[in-house]
Design a protein around this ligand. Structure first.
Ligand SMILES: [Zn+2]
Length: 75
């Protein structure tokens, strides 16, 4: 009797974490290091909490150094 392939090596278990989005949609300003956290929003601009970075107005700027949105990188 020959054991078929697959008898061994099927012990892999995928660990599905809840880290699919690296850090809750935070974006960091590459100029000054300011982190936009959608959970906080941007009170200074009247943006309520829960606004994703992608939905910020195109004229939104870093509140610290006034860099444009394209100066931000996802964390
Ligand atoms: Zn900045």
């Amino acid at each position: 009797m020959v054991a078929g392939p697959g008898a061994k090596g099927e012990q892999k278990r995928e660990r599905i974490t809840e880290m699919t989005t690296a850090s809750d949609g935070k974006w960091v300003c590459t100029c000054c290091g300011y982190v936009y956290d959608p959970a906080t929003g941007d009170a200074a601009l009247g943006l309520p909490a829960g606004v994703p970075f992608e939905q910020l107005p195109e004229n939104w700027k870093c509140p610290i150094c006034y860099a444009a949105k394209d100066a931000f990188d996802p964390l």
